[in-house]
Design a protein around this ligand. Structure first.
Ligand code: BGC
Length: 720
C-alpha cells in the first residue's frame, strides 16, 4: 500500500516551427556526452535511474559520476526533510523561507515577482542540496471547493501563462530544475487517485493546456509532473495523447516527465505512455522495497525478455541526464545558494504586499489612521495561527512566521488598546460557540474598530491533512460555507461595531452572503507567507497601498459556480465530465450574465485610477493598443490594467470576453502613464475542433481595457 504521502533552460532557447511543431532545443555537445555515458551503462544501472530509490530521490551511477537526482516539494518553499523513508527528520536544520502560496503570488498580477519568488526557491533548494523543486502547481481553479486551490494560481490560462514563466525562469536561473504540475486536470482532490476527466478538445486546448504550454515553450521548464487522475480513460502520467503526442510531440519537450507520488499503476503502458521517472509508489508494507516499483524489477524483466525495447528505457535515461547536465550535476559545480536570508524574507513580504486584495472598502473605513485609532478588537482564530506547515506536501518549516496579530502589534504604539478574542475554535466539527462570540462582541463594542480574521484553514491537525481540512491535499471543501460558526461570529461583531473589517484567509471563495451587505471592509489574503502579518498590518494602516486583484471569480453561492451549475462535480466516482467546457470562471459569469460576489480581476486601492481613451492601430494583423492611465487620488499606488478581447460575431459560441493582456502599472499621485499592448493572432483565435487547430475568423473584435472583468473603463472595435 502506498504510504500516506506527506508527502539549461535548454540554453534558454525555444525554436518555434509551425503552430503544431515547436521544440525545446537541445545542445549537440551535451547530447554527445550523454551518448558516451549511456554506452558505458548496464541495463540495471539505467533501470535504477528511472524509479525512486528513496522517498524523494532516484539512483545515479556513482562509478560514472552520475549522482542521485534529489527532488523536494514544493511550490512555496523547500519542504522539511522527510528522510529516505518518509520519517520526518526533525533535526531542525531544514527551515526555509515560507513564501506566499500560489494563489497569493498570482494575485499580484506581477510576473516580475514570479521571477523573484522562483529565484528564492531555486537558491534555497540549491542550499538544501535539491536538484528539482516540485513546483509550480498550475491547475485551473475550476471549482471553489478544490482543496488545493491555494497552491494553484488562477481560473484564467492567460494569467497563469504569464506568471508561470517568470517563476520557472527564477528557479532555473539558479541552476535548479522547476517541475510544473500536475499535468493535467487535477482540478479536484475528491477521487484524485483515479477519477477520469472527460472534456472537449476545445476546453483542453483553450483552458487546461496553455499554462503548461507556456511553461514548456516560454519557461523552458526542465521537468513536468503528471497528475494522479485519468484523462479520457488513461492515467495522465502515461497518457499517450497528452504526454507522447502533445507534450513531447507537439511541444517538443526534451526534459523529464515524472509521476506524481504513487501515480504509476502498471509497467508496460506506463513505459510506453511517456512517463520517464516513477516516484513514490512505495509498493508493499515497510520497509519500503524500491525494487518492487513498476519501473524497477518488472521493467528490467520486460527488457530482458524482449517484451520491451531497451531504446524505450534509453530515451528516459537520456532525458534524466539532459536535466542533470543542464543543472550542473555532472562534472560541474554549483554555486552554494542561500537559505532563509533577510533578502528572501523581503521577497516574501513584497509578494504578500502586492498579493493581498482589498475587496470592499465602504466609506473608506480603511486605511486605519494610526494617530486616531487607539483601540482595536482583534478577533478570530486566524489572527494568531501559523500556516506554514499546513496543507499537505507544500508544507514549509520557516524560522519564524509573523501572524496578523503580531503584525498589528508591531504597527501600534498603544499595545494596551489591543484586545484579542479567539472567536471560533479550529477543531474537528466545531460549531459556533456562544461564549466565544459573546467575548468577541464585548471587545468589539469597546473598541473603535474590530478586525475579524477568518476564512478557510488548512485543517485542525496538520498531521492528518485531509481530516476536517479545507485547504489541503487529499480533500476538497464540503461546501462554500465558512466553517466553525464564523458566519454567526462575523454577523454579531458587525452588529456590535459597524467599523468592522473582515480579513479572509484561504484558497478562494466562500459564501459570505449572510453578512457581506453589512460589512464595510473585506480583504482576501490567501496564505501570505512568513511576512504575511507585517504586510497585512501595513495595508490596514495605509503604509502600503493594496494592489492585489482576484485571480478567480468569487461566486455568491456554490450553486452559481459553473462547475456546479452547468458542469459536473465531483463526478460519479468514476468519471467527471467537464460540461462547463470553456465556461470556467468569468467566461461563464460574463457570458451567462450571472453576477458574482466579486468579479475576476477585482481589487481596490486607496487611490483612484482613471483610464483614457483606448487607441488602436492595425498592421499586418497585429493590433497595437494604447491607453493612458492616471492616478487621480492623493496616494501613490498600482493598478492592474486588464485587456480583454470580445469576438463580436463568431461561427462558434465564444465567451463574452477573454483576458489577452495585462500590465501592473505603478503611479504616483497625479501621474499618468501610457500603457501599450500588442495583440497577435492568438488573442483573437479559438480552437476549432473540426480543423484541430486555433483559427481566427475575420470580423469585428472589441478591445476592452478594464479594472476587473466587470469594471470596463474604455473600449474600441477593430476590424480584422
Ligand atoms: C502531491 C505532489 C507532491 C508529491 C511529493 C503528492 O502527493 O500531489 O504535488 O509533489 O506528493 O510530495
Amino acid at each position: 500500500m502506498r504510504k500516506i504521502i506527506f508527502t539549461v533552460i535548454i540554453a534558454g532557447v525555444v525554436i518555434f516551427g509551425n503552430s503544431s511543431k515547436a521544440q525545446q532545443a537541445t545542445d549537440p555537445a551535451v547530447e554527445a556526452k550523454i551518448s558516451n555515458l549511456m554506452k558505458q551503462m548496464t541495463l540495471e544501472e539505467k533501470i535504477g535511474m528511472i524509479h525512486g530509490n528513496s522517498s524523494f530521490t532516484s539512483a545515479g551511477v556513482s562509478r560514472l559520476g552520475i549522482p542521485e537526482l534529489t527532488t523536494s516539494d514544493g511550490p512555496h518553499g523547500v519542504r522539511p526533510e522527510h528522510g529516505r523513508d518518509w520519517s520526518l527528520d526533525n533535526k531542525g536544520n531544514d527551515s526555509s523561507t515560507y513564501l506566499p502560496v500560489g494563489i497569493t503570488l498570482a494575485s499580484t498580477w506581477n510576473p516580475k515577482l514570479g521571477y523573484a519568488f522562483g529565484a528564492v526557491l531555486g537558491s534555497e533548494a540549491k542550499f538544501r542540496g535539491k536538484d528539482v523543486i516540485l513546483g509550480p502547481g498550475i491547475n485551473i481553479l475550476r471549482t471553489p471547493l478544490n482543496g488545493r486551490n491555494f497552491e494553484y494560481m488562477s481560473e484564467d490560462p492567460y494569467l497563469i501563462s504569464k506568471l508561470v514563466v517568470g517563476y520557472i525562469k527564477g528557479v532555473q536561473d539558479q541552476g535548479i530544475s522547476a517541475c510544473v504540475k500536475h499535468f493535467i486536470a487535477n482540478n479536484q482532490e475528491v477521487k484524485r487517485d483515479g477519477i477520469n476527466v472527460e472534456m472537449s478538445e476545445r476546453a483542453l486546448r483553450e483552458i487546461y493546456l496553455p499554462g503548461f504550454k507556456a511553461a514548456v515553450l516560454e519557461g523552458g521548464v526542465n521537468t513536468v509532473m503528471g497528475a494522479y487522475n485519468k484523462f479520457r480513460g488513461q492515467y495522465c502520467t502515461y497518457n499517450d495523447y497528452l504526454v507522447n503526442k502533445i507534450l513531447k510531440g507537439e511541444w517538443g519537450f526534451s526534459g523529464l516527465m515524472m509521476s506524481d507520488w504513487g501515480a504509476i499503476h502498471t509497467t508496460k503502458d506506463a513505459l510506453l505512455g511517456g512517463a520517464d521517472l516513477e516516484m513514490g509508489s512505495d509498493i508493499g508494507t515497510p520497509p519500503l522495497k524500491f525494487s518492487n516499483f513498476y519501473f524497477a524489477s518488472p521493467a528490467l524483466k520486460m527488457v530482458q525478455s524482449g517484451e520491451m525495447a531497451e531504446s524505450v528505457i534509453d530515451d528516459k535515461v537520456r532525458r534524466i541526464l539532459r536535466v542533470m547536465f543542464k543543472t550542473n550535476m555532472i562534472n560541474a559545480s554549483r554555486t552554494p545558494g542561500a537559505y532563509a536570508t533577510s533578502d528572501h524574507s523581503a521577497v516574501a513580504k513584497k509578494v504578500a504586499e502586492e498579493g493581498i486584495i482589498l475587496l470592499k472598502n465602504k466609506g473608506n473605513v480603511l486605511p486605519l489612521q494610526k494617530n486616531t485609532i487607539k483601540t482595536i478588537a482583534v478577533i478570530g482564530a486566524n489572527a494568531n495561527r501559523d500556516n506554514a506547515m499546513g496543507g499537505g506536501s507544500s508544507q514549509v518549516r520557516p524560522k519564524y512566521e509573523v501572524t496578523p496579530l503580531e503584525g498589528i502589534r508591531a504597527c501600534v504604539v498603544n499595545q494596551a488598546g489591543i484586545t484579542f478574542s479567539q472567536g471560533f475554535a479550529i477543531a474537528k466539527d466545531a460549531k459556533a460557540d456562544s461564549k466565544m462570540i459573546a467575548e468577541a462582541v464585548e471587545n468589539a463594542k469597546n473598541s473603535q474598530v474590530a478586525i475579524v480574521f477568518g476564512g478557510w484553514v488548512h485543517g485542525y491537525d496538520y498531521s492528518k491533512w485531509s481530516d476536517n481540512a479545507y485547504d489541503a491535499e487529499g480533500a476538497d471543501k464540503p461546501d462554500m460555507t465558512m466553517p466553525f460558526g464564523q458566519d454567526e461570529l462575523i454577523s454579531a461583531v458587525i452588529d456590535a461595531n459597524p467599523n468592522t473589517i473582515v480579513v479572509l484567509f484561504g484558497g478562494g471563495a466562500m459564501d459570505i452572503t449572510k453578512w457581506e451587505g453589512k460589512a464595510k471592509a473585506i480583504l482576501q489574503v490567501g496564505y501570505p507567507g512568513l511576512e504575511g502579518g507585517n504586510a497585512l498590518a501595513e495595508i490596514l494602516f495605509g503604509d502600503v497601498n493594496p494592489s492585489g486583484k482576484l485571480t478567480f471569480s468569487w461566486p455568491k453561492t456554490l450553486s452559481d459556480a459553473p462547475a456546479h451549475k452547468i458542469g459536473e462535480y465531483p463526478g460519479d466516482g468514476v468519471t467527471v465530465r467537464y460540461k462547463d467546457d470553456i465556461f470556467v470562471g468569468y467566461r461563464y459569469f460574463d457570458t451567462y450574465k450571472v453576477k458574482p460576489q466579486f468579479a475576476f480581476g477585482h481589487g481596490l486601492s486607496y487611490t483612484n485610477f482613471k483610464y483614457g481613451k483606448l487607441n488602436t492601430s492595425v498592421k499586418n494583423g497585429i493590433v497595437m493598443v494604447n491607453v493612458a492611465v492616471t492616478n487621480t487620488g492623493s496616494k501613490s499606488g498600482a493598478e492592474v490594467v486588464q485587456l480583454y478581447v470580445k469576438d463580436v460575431k463568431s461561427t462558434v459560441v465564444r465567451p463574452e470576453k477573454e483576458l489577452k493582456g495585462f500590465e501592473k502599472v505603478f503611479l504616483n499621485a497625479g501621474e499618468t502613464k501610457n500603457i501599450t499592448f500588442e495583440l497577435k493572432a492568438d488573442a483573437f483565435s479559438f480552437f476549432d475542433e473540426k480543423q484541430m487547430k486555433f483559427v481566427q475568423e475575420p470580423g469585428k473584435f472589441e478591445i476592452i481595457a478594464a479594472s476587473s472583468s466587470s469594471d470596463i473603463r474604455s473600449k474600441k472595435t477593430v476590424k480584422l
